[in-house]
Design a protein around this ligand. Sequence first.
Ligand SMILES: Nc1ncnc2c1ncn2[C@@H]1O[C@H](COP(=O)(O)OP(=O)(O)OP(=O)(O)O)[C@@H](O)[C@H]1O
Ligand SMILES: [Mg+2]
Length: 511
Amino acid sequence: MSQASMNVSECAKRTVAAVRRAAGELTLRPRTGEIGRVLSSGDGIATIAGLPSARARELLRFAGGVRGIVFDLDEGEIGCVLLGDDTKVFAGDIVRCSGQVIRAPMGRGLIGRVVDPLGHPLDDGPPIVVERYDPIEREAPAILARAPVVRPLATGIKSIDATIPIGRGQRELIVGDRSTGKTSIAIDAIINQVGSGVLCFYVAIGQRAASVARFIEALRARGAMAHTVVIVAEADSPPGMQFIAPYAGCAMSEFFMEQGHDTLIVYDDLTKHAQTYREISLLLRRPPGREAYPGDIFFIHSRLLERATQYDEAHGGGSQTALPIVETQAQNISAYVPTNLISITDGQIYLSPELYQAGFLPAVDVGLSVSRVGGKTQIRAMKKLAQQMRLEYTQFIELEQFTKFGTTMDPETQVALERGRRIRELLKQAAHEPVALAEQVLLLHVGTSGLLRGVDAERVREFDAAFRAAAREGLAELLARIEAGEEVGEADAGAISDLAEKVKQRFGRSE
Ligand SMILES: Nc1ncnc2c1ncn2[C@@H]1O[C@H](COP(=O)(O)OP(=O)(O)OP(=O)(O)O)[C@@H](O)[C@H]1O
Ligand SMILES: [Mg+2]
């Protein structure tokens, strides 16, 4: 053998060794040898023959460019949920495994943008700069990596921050019938994060494009898009996209949580998510369970909401607060999906259609709402006042019910009723106009110390706005101290009362 041929064979050997090494390092190898065929397609799903090594939740690629997720693995047939247009998938088309689970793009480039669950821009902005792609589904943070919920997440909504306070890392369900102001509460909470450093993720599932556009506009108008990502899978998008939307949004928020950021995620709403999942499952001929939902409906929501947490210091101290929304039919909170979600979350904000119709907005039913962990996070100045207010208010509601039957009232009852009515007016609030926590504390102080006497109930809201404006000017130093955690002292009480009197003079009557 010549010298030259020795070198060539040595070289070839080395190349082969290098290729082998590189191949050994590859973790995700598409199995190109395997080809599947589409048996049928339609209604957002496809059934496939072949691909014996396909795995559950694996991403499949169809000949026409559409992608899908393996949902059901039967012997000889795979049930797949499509993430694209099902009219582009035909029986007989070739399908290949990808060796990957579904991933979404991550990075700061998403902030301020409106995207679909796969991170494609839906606004007119430039392409998104992606830092990396992460699987949209993953295990929830370990218990040992979690810390207790101790910091407040202010929503800016008076009735919520006072009576159902939410903490960072908490999961609080927003539940109510159709059109009771559920989305508005979530949007207000996002708007209130302007300047708080909390990054917000709003996931719209199965909504009409027009209503999503309206809420995006509200966010934009108040400067809230600067810290928000909107993930949209609207009503006419493929069921697969609607199904993955909350998981994708959650992963995008986790990317920031892991870097130590505080995040807030809204799932609007999980009723539609559950219905989409039911539709997919029925089409894939899975056995229906209660209310025709598949047996694992609880699991698909719990594994999503378990991902919300407050990380401990060793893990960066970031947090994800989740506000899932669920719609009830005829106030039936004991239906299957709402009860599931109530049991998964740390409390619920219940919105009542009766209060909505009576013009009590936001229509939060304080009696039926709870916050299981948020109480500990409430700022000190607020806690005492809020307790007193809640007590007075619930007594008033009882009293009002009772006096409806036309009993003659003694003057004392009359005074209590008047006072309760004013407190109720004080809790009313327009949509998208959050109030700072410290200002809320002043209002609670005014409401519970009788300083509203002399203001007609109909004019309390006017008083509210005028008083807060005056306080921002005259009591700026006190507001800052409350914000820093101080309680309202005796000297402060005097200053508040003086200011309230001054503002009241503008409202005519005084007693
Ligand atoms: N605090 C408020 N003050 C005045 N109007 C409000 C308030 N909150 C909500 N609304 C109005 O009530 C209507 C319903 O609100 P929203 O869309 O938030 O309810 P929803 O429960 O999310 O409805 P859907 O069931 O359609 O999702 C909207 O027109 C909204 O502007
Ligand atoms: Mg809504």
